[in-house]
Every structure is written in C-alpha cells, then in structure tokens.
Design a protein around this ligand. Structure first.
Ligand SMILES: Nc1ncnc2c1ncn2[C@@H]1O[C@H](COP(=O)(O)OP(=O)(O)OP(=O)(O)O)[C@@H](O)[C@H]1O
Length: 496
C-alpha cells in the first residue's frame, strides 16, 4: 500500500472462493508474504465481494474462477479494483484458461491445488514487478481521496524502499514551461472558488492531477476528492455510480449505496470523461448542478449535498455540442472556470524535468541506481512526440527502470518505439498499411470487415505490441486507456 503521513499501510487482501475452507487456506498465504498484510477478507459469495471491490481499497484479490462463473466474469471484478494485483485460481487449469483469465484482467494464474509457497511467491513477484496500468474505473472509493503520494499505484511499499515523499497541490504538477506556470497560476486562482472547473486536454496530459491540485488547494481539502471516470463505467451504470441507489432499485442492488456525489459532500466530485454520459443523465446532472439535490436510483426522497464539481474531457466540447452529444445548457453550467492542458509536445521544456522526476521516483521504488540520462537518450526523449503525453512518458521511464540498471539511462535502453520514431513517427503500429490499401470501386456487402472488428484488431495489435500494457497501447493509439477498457467490455458483452 501507499504511505500516508509517513506510515506504510498494510496490504489489503481479499479472497473470493465458494469453498470457505479453500478461502481460509488461500488466505493463509499472507503469513508468507514479505509485505505486511492486514487480516485477509474472505468471501464465499460474489455480491459482497463485488460491492467491497467497488467501495474499498484492495491491493490483492485472489479469486476462484469457478466461484464467479468462469474467466469471462473476471473483467467485472478487475474494473472495480484497477490497481489491485489479481491472482486467478482454478481447479480447471489449462493454458487457454490462464491466457483468457489474464486477458480478462488477472495478473497471474494458478491451478488448484497449489502450494501456499507458490501462491506467495507469485504475489510477491507481482507486487514488485507490476507496471502501472491505467485507471479504468476510479470509482467513488477510499482511494479517490488523493492526499498522496509519489507512489501513485497504491502498491505496497517494499519494507526497505524509501518512503515516498508527501507532496501536495501544485508540487505534483511538475513543469516549468510558461504554459505550465500559467496552469499553476490558474489553479491557484480557481482553487478558493466554489464554481465548477472544466478541464480539457488530450489523454495523459494531467487533467486528473490538475483537478486534484484544485481540490488540495481549496478550503474543501478536508473533504474528499472523489473521482468517477465515466468512460470506464458501462453507460447504464454511470447514474447509480454518481447518485447511488436503494435496495431493490435494479437486479443486484442488494443494499442501499451512496454514490460519488454523496461521498464528495463537503469535498470535490471529479467527473472524468464527462462526454461519455448519455443525454438523459446529462439532464439529471444539470438538475443536480442547479439545485444541489438528487435522488438515489429507485428512491423517492431527495437528498442535498455540497460538492464542488470539476469535470474533464479529452474531446472538443463544442464539437460534441454541435453533434448533439453534449447538452449546451450543461456545458455552460459546467464551463465556468476553464483550464486547457497543452499536449506535452507543445511544452517540450517540461519533458526533461518530468523524465528526471519519474526516473528518481521509480529508481527509488525499484531500488535501482539511475541518476540521469546520457546525452543521446536525453536528446531522443526530448525530441520524441509523446502522443500519449505525460502518462506515456511516465510509463516509459518506469519500464526502463524495471528492465535495466546503471548510473545513466542510455539510448539503447529506450523502447524501440521511441528510438525508432523518426522512421515510424506513429510509433510501433504501422497504420499506414491500413490506410494505403487501395479499395476497389465496389465490393460486395459482407466483403468489408465491420468497423468494430477492425477496431478490435487494431487495439489487440497494439496490446500485443506492448505486452498487454494498456496504458502504453493507449498512448500509441492516441486514445484514452479507459477507451480500451470500455471496448473490451463491449466485446465481452457481445461474447466475442
Ligand atoms: N505535470 C505532471 N507532473 C507529474 N506527473 C504528471 C503530470 N501530468 C500528468 N502526470 C502523470 O501522468 C499520468 C496521467 O495523468 P492524468 O491521469 O492526470 O491525465 P489525464 O489527462 O486525466 O488522462 P485521461 O484523459 O486519460 O484520464 C498520471 O500518472 C499523472 O500522475
């Protein structure tokens, strides 16, 4: 776990297995982990486990595939705890089962019966090796309270690793370019206001970090900063995630649940990828903004909360309005304090300070000796286009640190996509072949691959190219990682 106020928090382990004896046995593994674990939480039923994954912090999830009805069901668990290490276990082990479990979100797979040592060493390995994955669904969870951290993955801090420094507000928004200094200035001025903030910018430019800085510098900072990524939640669930629900509101609503708006009472509600909301929900959000009141799904009582709204999108809001996908009245209600985060290629002065900060952070975490970049590596890093912006830069540096060691990062440690960028400016995925295919004048219906299938092929190619790393694949495709999660969900919904 991360560190709060200088103390290392214990690793939170959840175990889901229909057999209580199996669950208890599996949980015994915690005693063998080098990281400090709290008492594991055992579930024999899926519903309470799903609920807790959505509501509470999870560092490790050990999940029995038979209990959840197969590996296809795993994704629903994975999206609820995007930062957890997920170990799938099954008594029906096979290579294809393991592969599909890992595609659905597991980090590793074990066939039952397994030895506790085997499970412990797999978990330890994952905790040490895991690279960052994108935030598919930062629900209204405890983790959304961002009074943290250099260790942004909420991974358990290795016992001997240096404690991450606690940095708040603008310190976390690295950059000294004129554009970034201007953003700092805007954030400082906007923070004390109660008015909504509307943040635009390409994926990975730091919109969420900027929203967190506004919250941290505001007088609401003793309240919660609750993040809801609308792109990562199926559209029909966004409403219940924002406004909550009462028992029986829909199948599976076994209990009353507060939504993100209530959890942000007294604090800040950050609605990321707001353009993903459907029009009906947009009108409910508008009403909430106008009156401060809302109803939980299935409830008749109105509730009132005091939450400051910050929203973000990587789309052009005016284009969305023109296309009829975004309500103009909602836009003007939200677009009171606008901030635009420029792409990293438009503020090249920030690249090196960011790269150096990430190198320092990850060298400390991974116990490496890196102190800087050699001249060739530095030149390449500074001149590369960084289509995935700061997220891509951060992931790249982390990848380099995990895979190498030395005093300086050298040119040959850089991923091929960056070393080779001049010859292939779009990165590793050569889309030019796709585009240059000469289409015959007419082709019979059915000879053309449907758009979703082409899209799926391209995304899966990108994932293969980056070894399944969603953040890197998204960066190369110049889309948000949450788009990949959403697409994957839609493929499973089609049972593809
Ligand atoms: N100026 C910055 N200084 C330090 N880290 C940054 C900065 N900008 C972005 N990052 C890091 O880059 C990653 C992506 O940032 P963030 O999630 O805020 O981007 P985003 O614009 O909200 O992306 P998306 O649109 O895909 O949700 C995070 O790990 C964040 O900490």
């Amino acid at each position: 776990m991360g560190s709060k106020e200088g103390k290392t928090l214990p690793v939170i382990v959840r175990v889901l297995d229909a057999s209580s004896s199996e669950a208890a046995r599996t949980s015994a593994v915690c005693a063998r982990l080098s990281a400090e674990c709290s008492e594991p939480i055992l579930y024999t039923d899926t519903a309470p486990c799903l609920q807790d994954l959505a509501d509470k912090t999870t560092d490790i999830l050990i999940i029995d595939l038979e209990t959840i009805g197969g590996d296809e069901a795993l994704e629903a668990y994975a999206v609820r705890c995007p930062k957890a290490v997920i170990l799938a276990v099954s008594s029906m082990g096979s290579v294809s089962r393991a592969v599909s479990a890992m595609r659905a979100g597991a980090h590793d797979f074990l066939t039952k019966p397994f030895s506790l040592d085997a499970l412990a060493s797999k978990i330890t390995f994952q905790l040490q090796q895991r690279r960052p994955i994108a935030k598919p669904c930062q629900q209204a969870t405890d983790r959304a309270i961002r009074v943290e951290v250099a260790n942004q993955d909420n991974l358990p801090t290795p016992r001997n690793a240096p404690e991450p420094k606690q940095v708040l507000g603008l310190d976390r928004l690295i950059g000294t370019s004129p554009a970034m200094l201007d953003i700092h200035d805007q954030v400082r001025r906007m923070a004390p206001s109660q008015a909504p903030v509307f943040i635009t910018g390409e994926s990975g430019t730091g919109k969420e970090l900027c929203a967190a800085a506004v919250h941290e510098l505001s007088d609401r900072n003793s309240g919660r900063f609750v993040t809801l990524n609308c792109a990562a939640i199926p559209r029909d669930l966004i409403e219940s995630e924002i406004f909550g629900y009462v028992r029986g509101a829909f199948t599976g609503a076994g209990d009353n649940r507060a939504g993100a708006a209530e959890q942000a009472d007294g604090g800040t509600l950050f609605l990321d990828e707001i353009g993903e909301m459907d029009l009906l929900l947009q009108s409910k959000l508008l009403r909430f903004l106008q009156t401060g009141t809302f109803q939980r799904l299935g409830d008749t009582a109105s509730r009132k909360v005091d939450a400051r709204i910050i929203c973000a999108t990587n789309r052009d809001p005016l284009t969305e309005i023109t296309a009829g996908r975004f309500r103009e009245d909602l836009y003007y209600r939200l677009h009171v304090l606008p901030v635009h985060l420029p792409a990293l290629r438009e503020r090249r002065e920030d690249i090196l300070p960011l790269a150096e900060a990430f190198l320092k952070r990850y060298s400390g975490e991974e116990r490496r000796n890196f102190r800087g970049f050699d001249a060739d590596a530095e030149a390449r890093i500074v001149s590369y286009g960084w289509p995935g912006n700061v997220r891509q830069l951060e992931n790249t540096i982390r990848q380099i640190v995990v895979m190498n060691d030395g005093a300086a990062v050298t040119h040959d440690m850089l991923p091929l996509v960056i070393r080779d960028a001049q010859s292939r400016p779009n990165g590793i995925i050569d889309l030019s072949r796709e585009r240059s295919r000469v289409a015959p004048a007419s082709r019979p219906f059915g000879a053309i691959e449907p758009l979703w299938a082409q899209e799926r092929r391209i995304i899966e190619d990108a994932l293969d190219a980056f070894d399944g790393n969603i953040a890197m694949a998204a960066a190369a495709l110049e889309i948000s990682p949450s788009t990949i999660y959403r697409k994957k969900q839609s493929w499973s919904a089609r049972s593809l």
